[in-house]
Design a protein around this ligand. Structure first.
Ligand SMILES: Cc1cc2nc3c(=O)[nH]c(=O)nc-3n(C[C@H](O)[C@H](O)[C@H](O)COP(=O)(O)OP(=O)(O)OC[C@H]3O[C@@H](n4cnc5c(N)ncnc54)[C@H](O)[C@@H]3O)c2cc1C
Ligand code: SF4
Length: 509
């Protein structure tokens, strides 16, 4: 029988992966490769690269222990061709293989490259996602607007999670209303488990320091889990200590508590170390055992079987050009403060510093601080997309692009968000402790010390009045503007223009 190659990518580290299930241990060879092309198409955070290489090496060992033959390429191997397709061709020649079995990748770039290879390719659906592309299409096809909430209800019915027969547990599908508490004075949860690097991880850290040390981001201290057992330990640790308050403080931000009550598991789920359904079942079990309130369990499960599945469906449905969408024609350059240049905006400097140190920021920091600013300031969505893809340890195109291009920047014209997620400084002030120590004044609406979010909020709404004034959810904002004194309106727009000119000139803002 002819040998086939079984491709396992860095975000496919699951023993139950569909490609592995379709293969034969006695006949086929697993191909895994650390390649420059994948590590370098955006300047990934060093912690992200180290996490993936370390987790890949440990997973390869696990497969070998389970009886698989694994052809593993290390980044510094002399015959490393530098690309996934190059490695497949090299291994095909070595083993006389003509076919490749692969689970569908989560990047269009890679899907395109694989399909052009002169090898027989068998791509299998990634069934670690609960909704297949066909199921998502069947749900989406006749709808004018694709609202996550309705998709989520389908997923609840399909999985049976938090269901009492046909009805949602507790009588309501969604407890978000209870989940918007401002930042507490103190956070009781101590944060994620931090794992001491073992020798295998240390070896990877040295490699990454030598090859990617110049990328934005601190490599050390490195504390991520790098295998399934550690990832499971983190999940259990968070369910015990963080889940109870997760719902209440999901949107809150505190300068010295980067992790708040968040689970820090997206990087592990996305790489395949944890299964999304098992994660939700454990959270449901905690609620059933009386160890977590319903608003927390529901809020969390909605993020995974709702948002996570929904963005995957949108990404696949919208196709390869999605990352290039720019319906609002925004073209300003991403300011250097996103790469750590000094800024007087405390909310941005805190979020960026945390991103630099941990390759992590939680949802509201990504959406309402860095995302909100990028949208209000008219930054080119492609540049914003590349930044998010590079700096977060959990970022892969299928999940990052819908969140950035769609949810955060409205660059897809409203496929994901029914209205742009924009706010003045008031929202950040209410949900965080950032504003107190900021050089700008959140209460100032005009003048040199006015919070930039206050100025840009109106500038954005007026720039795009034609598009948004008829949106029923935005009428109130335009009515407020129209009631404002004419001179005040002129001052707001003039001060916003001055701020944007400064930003575009590369001056400190
Ligand atoms: C602009 C922007 C960019 C984002 N980029 C990414 C990204 O590249 N990769 C990524 O995994 N998530 C991304 N998200 C979603 C979300 O911010 C992260 O999943 C979350 O912050 C991860 O941290 P956590 O594990 O502590 O999550 P928690 O707050 O503990 O949430 C639990 C889980 O829910 C899932 N989840 C929550 N929200 C979303 C969402 N909107 N889309 C998909 N899954 C979600 C994640 O798996 C997460 O682990 C982005 C959100 C925004 C607004
Ligand atoms: S005042 Fe404005 S810029 Fe400063 S931290 Fe608050 S929201 Fe951010």
């Amino acid at each position: 029988m002819v040998t086939r190659l079984v491709l396992v990518l860095g975000d496919q580290l699951s023993e139950g992966l569909s490609a592995l299930r379709a293969a034969d241990k006695d006949r086929d060879i697993v191909v895994m490769a650390e390649v420059a092309e994948e590590a370098g198409y955006v300047p990934h955070h060093p912690k992200k690269i180290a996490f993936l290489f370390a987790a890949m090496r440990k997973f390869a060992q696990r497969l070998q222990d389970a009886g698989w033959r694994v052809a593993y390429t290390r980044l510094d191997d002399t015959d490393n061709s530098g690309a996934i397709c190059g490695e497949l061709l090299r291994r095909a020649a070595e083993h006389d293989a003509t076919g490749v079995i692969a689970t569908q990748p989560g990047e269009w770039r890679l899907i395109g490259a694989l399909s052009e290879m002169p090898l027989k390719l068998h791509i299998i659906r990634d069934d670690r996602f609960i909704a297949s592309a066909d199921a998502f299409e069947a749900w989406a096809k006749d709808k004018k607007q694709l609202r996550m909430e309705y998709f989520y209800r389908e997923m609840r019915r399909k999985t049976g999670l938090l269901m009492e027969g046909e009805q949602p547990a507790g009588g309501k599908w969604n407890y978000d209303h209870d989940n918007r508490k401002p930042a507490p004075d103190d956070v009781k949860f101590e944060g994620p488990l931090m794992f001491e690097p073992d020798n295998a991880v240390e070896e990877v850290l040295d490699l990454v320091a030598a090859r990617f040390g110049g990328n934005f981001g601190a490599l050390r201290p490195f504390w991520f889990a790098t295998d399934r057992d550690q990832a499971l330990a983190q999940l259990d640790h968070w369910i015990k200590g963080g889940l109870t308050e997760f719902g209440d403080y999901q949107d809150a931000m505190l300068a010295d508590r980067p992790f708040m009550y968040h689970s820090l598991i997206s990087l592990y789920i996305n790489a395949g170390l944890l299964d999304p359904l098992e994660v939700c079942q454990k959270v449901e079990a905690a609620w059933q055992a009386g160890k977590a309130p319903l608003n927390a369990a529901e809020g969390f499960i909605r993020q995974i079987i709702g948002w996570r599945e929904y963005v995957r469906g949108i990404w696949y449905r919208e196709g390869p050009d999605y990352t290039r969408r720019n319906i609002l024609n925004h073209s300003n350059d991403l300011p250097s403060m996103y790469w750590g240049a000094p800024t007087d905006m405390r909310c941005i400097s805190q979020t960026v510093a945390q991103t630099r140190d941990q390759a992590y920021a939680h949802h509201i920091q990504r959406l309402m601080v860095t995302g909100n600013f990028a949208l209000l300031a008219g930054i080119d969505p492609w540049q914003v997309h590349e930044w998010y893809l590079a700096v977060y340890a959990d970022a892969y195109e299928w999940v990052e692009a819908p969140n950035v291009i769609g949810m955060s920047l409205f660059a897809d014209g409203g496929i994901i968000a029914s209205k742009p997620y924009v706010s003045s400084g008031n929202y950040i002030d209410r949900m965080s402790d950032y504003c107190g120590g900021c050089a700008y004044k959140v209460k100032d609406k005009t003048g040199p010390k006015a919070c930039p979010f206050n100025l840009l909020y109106w500038h954005f709404l007026i720039r795009h009045r034609d598009r948004f004034s008829s949106n029923p959810r935005m009428g109130q904002m335009y009515a407020t503007w129209d009631r404002m004194d004419v001179e005040r309106r002129k001052t707001v727009l003039r001060d916003a223009d001055t701020f944007l000119a400064k930003m575009q000139a590369g001056d400190r803002i």
